[in-house]
Design a protein around this ligand. Structure first.
Ligand SMILES: NC(=O)c1ccc[n+]([C@@H]2O[C@H](COP(=O)([O-])OP(=O)(O)OC[C@H]3O[C@@H](n4cnc5c(N)ncnc54)[C@H](O)[C@@H]3O)[C@@H](O)[C@H]2O)c1
Length: 436
C-alpha cells in the first residue's frame, strides 16, 4: 500500500521506517529542508536504537523515500498519516496549527479519495474539526472526494520506539463506523496483528481520549510515588521500600513506581497539561490530573532547592545526563532544561556529559556550560555531581574512582539509582529523593 507520513520527527520517522519494513511503500514529508536532506542521504536525524539500520535498508530497497513537497507524496497515496508536533500553548491547550496546516495542504492538493489518519496527539473533537476543515476547502475547489479523518494515536516510547512500533501492546483506531477506512487499517496493520496483538477499533472520540488518558494515568502513578517521597523524608521511611511493598501487589504492579526528580519529555508534561485544558474548556473537572501536574512541578522544585541549600558559592558541578530519559537525544522538558540555566546564572561552573544528547544540548543550553567527553571527566575537580538521567553508564560508575576524581564529596541522585550505603562507603555524601 502507498502511504504518506507527514512530519518525520520522533513519531513520523520511526513509523515511516517501520511501515516500510512491513512492506509498504512509504514517503515521508517534512517542511524542515535540512532534515529531509539528511534523511535522503540515509542518515537518521534522531538517536533511536535500531532506527538507522531500518532507514538504510528500506531506502536502499526503494520502499522508503523523503521529500519536502506534499504534492510529491499525494499521487496514488491511499493513506496519509499526520505525525506533526502538537506542543503546549501558554494556557496548556495543544497547539494544533501544524495539524491544520497539514489539513490545508492535503485539501488544497488532493485529487482522489484518501484516508487521513491523525497520529499526532490531539484533543477530543479535533478529528471532527479536521474533517470539516478539509471538506470546506474541497467544496471551495468544487470537489467531492471522500477524505475521512480517523484517529490512530501513537504509544511508542522514545528509546524503544522501533521495538514498540513493530511489537505494540495494542493499536487503537477511531473510525466512527467507516467500514472502508476500517478495512484499510486492518490491511495496513495486518503484519503486526498476525503476532496476535490486538487491533482495537472504537469511535474517533474514544481513540482521541485514550491517548491523553494513558499518558496522564502513567504520569499519575509517577506523581503518586513522588508525593510519598516527602512523607518518607519527614518520617525516616525509604521510598524504595515503600515502592517495593506496594509494587509486589499484582493489582498495583512495580512499573512507574520509581521515585525521582519527576517526569519530563515531549509527552507526559504536555499531555497532562492538555487534559487539564480539555477539562477546563468542556467544564469537566480533572482534579487528579491537576494534582499529578502540581506534584511533578513541586518534585523538581524540591530537588533544586536541596541543591541551592547545599552547594557552595561558585561551585564546580558535574552534570550527568541531559536527555529527559536514557536512550534518547530528546531534551524536551528534561530537568536539565531548567537546571543548567539556573546553575550557570548563579555563577556555578557547569561541566556536563550525556552519551548522545550533547549535540542537541549545545544548541539548547546557554553559553557557559562546558561539555565533557566522559562521566568521570565531567566529575573531575567537581564539588558536586548531579545525576539527572539514569543512563547505564552512570549506574555502572566506580564510586571510588568518582570520589578520587572529585574535589568535593556531594552526589545528588535525581533518579535514585545508587545505594546510599555504597555511596557513603566510597566516602561520598549521598542526596537522594525520599531515601536517607
Ligand atoms: N515523541 C514521542 O515519544 C511521542 C509518542 C507518542 C505520540 N507523540 C505525538 O506525536 C506527535 C509528533 O511528535 P514528535 O515527537 O514526533 O514531534 P517532532 O517535533 O519530533 O516531529 C514533528 C515533525 O513535523 C514536522 N512538521 C511540522 N509541520 C509540518 C508540516 N506542515 N508539514 C510537514 N512536516 C511538518 C517538523 O519539522 C518535525 O520534523 C505529537 O502530537 C506527539 O504528542 C509523540
Amino acid at each position: 500500500m502507498k502511504i504518506a507520513i507527514i512530519g518525520t520527527g520522533y513519531v513520523g520517522l520511526v513509523s515511516a521506517a517501520c511501515f516500510a519494513e512491513l512492506g509498504h511503500e512509504v514517503i515521508g514529508v517534512d517542511i524542515d529542508e535540512a532534515k529531509v536532506k539528511r534523511l535522503k542521504s540515509g542518515q537518521s536525524t534522531i538517536f533511536e536504537p535500531g532506527l538507522e539500520e531500518l532507514l538504510v535498508r528500506n531506502t536502499e530497497s526503494g520502499r522508503l523515500s523523503f521529500t519536502t513537497e506534499i504534492t510529491e507524496a499525494l499521487p496514488e497515496c491511499a493513506v496519509l498519516f499526520c505525525a506533526v508536533a502538537t506542543p503546549p500553548n501558554k494556557d496548556y491547550t495543544a497547539d494544533l496549527r501544524a495539524v491544520f496546516a497539514v489539513c490545508d495542504s492535503v485539501a488544497e492538493n488532493i485529487d482522489h479519495d484518501l484516508i487521513f489518519v491523525n497520529k499526532s496527539t490531539v484533543p477530543v473533537g479535533t478529528g471532527k474539526e479536521c474533517e470539516k476543515h478539509i471538506t470546506s476547502i474541497l467544496e471551495k475547489r468544487g470537489l467531492r472526494f471522500s477524505i475521512p479523518v480517523i484517529s490512530n494515536p501513537e504509544f511508542l516510547r522514545e528509546g524503544t520506539a522501533v521495538q514498540d512500533t513493530l511489537h505494540p501492546d495494542r493499536i487503537v483506531v477511531g473510525v466512527n463506523g467507516d467500514e472502508h477506512a476500517q478495512k484499510v487499517m486492518e490491511e495496513l496493520y495486518a503484519p503486526l496483528v498476525r503476532t496476535e496483538k490486538p487491533l482495537v477499533f472504537m469511535s474517533r472520540e474514544s481513540a482521541e481520549i485514550v491517548k491523553y488518558a494513558s499518558n496522564s494515568f502513567l504520569a499519575t502513578k509517577i506523581s503518586f510515588i513522588n508525593m510519598l517521597t516527602e512523607l518518607c523524608e519527614v518520617t525516616g521511611g525509604s521510598i524504595r521500600d515503600v515502592a517495593k511493598g506496594m509494587g509486589l501487589d499484582e493489582r498495583i504492579g512495580s512499573r512507574f513506581l520509581h521515585a525521582g526528580i519527576g517526569y519530563g519529555g515531549s509527552c507526559f508534561p504536555k499531555d497532562v497539561k492538555a487534559l487539564m485544558a480539555i477539562g477546563k474548556k468542556l467544564n469537566v473537572p480533572m482534579p487528579i490530573v491537576k494534582a499529578t501536574h502540581d506534584v511533578n512541578d513541586r518534585q523538581r522544585e524540591r530537588f533544586f532547592q536541596t541543591l541551592v541549600n547545599t552547594l557552595p558559592e561558585k561551585a564546580t558541578i558535574g552534570v550527568w545526563g541531559l536527555a529527559f530519559k536514557p536512550n534518547t537525544d530528546d531534551l524536551r522538558d528534561a530537568p536539565s532544561r531548567d537546571l543548567l540555566p539556573m546553575l550557570v546564572k548563579t555563577g556555578h561552573i557547569v561541566r556536563a556529559f550525556d552519551p548522545v544528547a550533547m549535540d542537541n544540548a549545545k544548541k539548547a543550553f546557554p553559553k557557559g556550560v562546558e561539555y565533557m567527553s566522559t562521566a568521570l571527566e565531567a566529575a573531575k575537580e567537581a564539588d558536586a555531581v548531579i545525576l539527572l538521567t539514569e543512563w547505564d553508564v552512570f549506574r555502572g560508575i566506580d564510586l571510588k574512582e568518582l570520589k578520587a576524581a572529585m574535589r568535593g564529596r556531594s552526589l545528588f541522585d535525581g533518579r535514585n539509582v545508587y545505594d546510599p550505603e555504597e555511596v557513603r562507603a566510597a566516602g561520598l555524601l549521598y542526596f537522594g529523593i525520599g531515601v536517607k
